[in-house]
Design a protein around this ligand. Structure first.
Ligand code: IFM
Length: 478
């Protein structure tokens, strides 16, 4: 068992203190398109999210990331906020179209310079920079050539990653390649809820494969340059439960778990695709070349897990066989929703309508540790979104978020106590920001942003998280 600092517990039924090992990373996360703004400044090219968000009807309220929270101009203030919180690490993403506007060919020194200045400011503040190379903002010219369903995009990504790494690798140790490839592939190319807004099941599977291939190629290229750095990807994993023991529900859970979790974990950590998912998707021309698996299955130094919720699913009795041949008619975020229903579990939900289930995080962590070869784990995202407005005194009393974070951190602590090699936790998000298809209507930040004035104001949860970091964990609860 990992030795934890000063754990105390009693037999009163109260939650005991949950202190984490020395050296545990305490962070917050953001992503370029969601916070930077400055969409047409500094030589940045267009991304698929610029095109998508500027297309009427795609994003709630017609919101775009054109200005976002103006982090491009205010990053020094934002680093000061992080310092106030006591963050030890900050996860951000690098905008590919800012660094390489066309996605191939010339790099943009001004774009790279922005990230150099950000990294320097973080290091000066004693905060470890933790960049992600792809958080969904594909340069539009690459989408015009076919996007992630095209194999060439994986090679372009590796070239871009190597270039950024060459510029920053002397000061940045931890590198994340792709963020949530499930979302990029399936929300982007199957359901069309995210950029580029395509609805093509076959394309989405090829996109998933090429995102993973891009990860592997990028790790190879970066590691060749700086073998001492730490490389990994960030996947969004869900706990998945069948609504009942009915075989149709159990099969629905298998299929959702397959496409949501195992389609990414198995190639990354085992070097193979799950056979049942390949069987389920056999009608979609998805036959990934086996030699790609060796590239995807690069040794990684860390795995990022983004966890928010549990899915409870039901099948339609008697239709399991039919559903298996039509997997994209099964998952409500994807095309249609014929054979799998996402059913209410009765648990409380966040402002996104997502089930709050900290036990699911424990389940995910122990599953990844138990079923896959051991690798250091980080929670690279975890948080709760709400519609929030400050009260008359300007305070955001976000007790719901505090409760959510507290419960999920206790789940992390339970996992660490049980021997799971969890090394750090990044909450999503540092600041309120552009929540993709929801625009600015949902807020995940520890820090409230008034979008009209760009004024930042720490919410109650920011103060609470600062206390957690200072203490190295959670206090006991009476
Ligand atoms: O805002 C997103 C983030 O970009 C990726 N993970 C989930 C968050 C909340 O939806």
């Amino acid at each position: 068992m990992t030795s934890l600092q000063d754990d105390t517990s009693d037999d009163t039924g109260a939650a005991p203190a949950a202190l984490f090992p020395t050296g545990f990373r305490w962070g917050a996360a953001t992503a370029a398109y969601q916070i930077e703004g400055a969409a047409d400044e500094g030589g940045r090219g267009p991304s698929i999210w610029d095109t998508f968000a500027r297309t009427p009807g795609k994003v709630l309220g017609g919101d775009t990331g054109d200005v976002a929270v103006d982090h491009y101009h205010r990053f020094r203030d934002d680093v000061a906020l992080m310092e106030d919180l006591g963050l030890t690490s900050y996860r951000f993403s690098i905008s590919w179209p800012r660094v390489q506007p066309a996605g191939s060919g010339a790099f943009n020194p001004e774009g790279l310079d922005f990230y150099r200045r950000l990294v320097d400011a973080l290091l000066d503040a004693g905060i470890e920079p933790w960049p992600t190379l792809y958080h969904w903002d594909l340069p539009q010219p690459l989408e015009d050539k076919g996007g992630w369903p095209e194999r060439e995009t994986a090679h372009r990504f590796a070239e871009y990653a190597a270039h950024v790494h060459e510029a920053l690798g002397d000061r940045v140790r931890h590198w994340t390649t792709v963020n949530e490839p499930w979302c990029a592939a399936f929300l982007g190319y199957a359901s069309g809820e995210h950029a580029p807004g395509r609805r093509d099941p076959s394309a989405s599977l090829h996109a998933a494969h090429h995102l993973m291939l891009g990860h592997g190629l990028a790790v190879q290229a970066m590691r060749a340059h700086a073998p001492g750095n730490r490389f990994g990807a960030a996947v969004n994993l869900y706990a998945v439960s069948p609504a009942t023991d009915d075989p149709a529900d159990v099969d629905a859970a298998r299929r959702v778990d397959g496409l949501q979790n195992r389609l990414f974990l198995d190639p990354l950590l085992l070097g193979r695709y799950p056979w049942d998912v390949l069987a389920d998707t056999s009608g979609h021309g998805f036959n990934p070349p086996s030699e790609d698996l060796a590239v995807i299955h690069q040794p990684i130094d860390q795995l990022g897990i983004n966890y928010y919720s549990r899915h409870t699913v039901a099948g339609t009795p008697g239709e399991a066989a039919q559903a298996a041949s039509s997997p994209f008619a099964t998952h409500s975020p994807w095309v249609g929703s014929g054979h799998v229903r996402f059913v209410p579990s009765g648990r409380p939900v966040t402002g996104m309508g997502w089930d709050i289930d900290a036990g699911g995080l424990y389940e995910v962590l122990t599953r990844v540790h138990g079923e896959y070869p051991s690798v250091p784990l980080y929670i690279t995202e975890n948080g709760a979104g709400y519609d929030e407005t400050p009260d008359e005194d300007g305070a955001v009393k976000d007790a719901g978020r505090i409760g959510y974070l507290d419960a999920h951190l206790r789940a992390c602590h339970d996992a660490v106590s049980g021997g799971v090699p969890l090394r750090g936790y990044f909450t999503w998000s540092l600041l309120d920001n552009f929540e993709w298809a929801w625009g600015y209507s949902k807020r995940f930040g520890l820090v409230h942003v008034d979008y009209a004035t760009q004024r930042r104001a720490p919410k109650d949860s920011a103060r609470w998280y600062a206390g957690v970091i200072e203490r190295g964990g959670l206090p006991g609860r009476g």
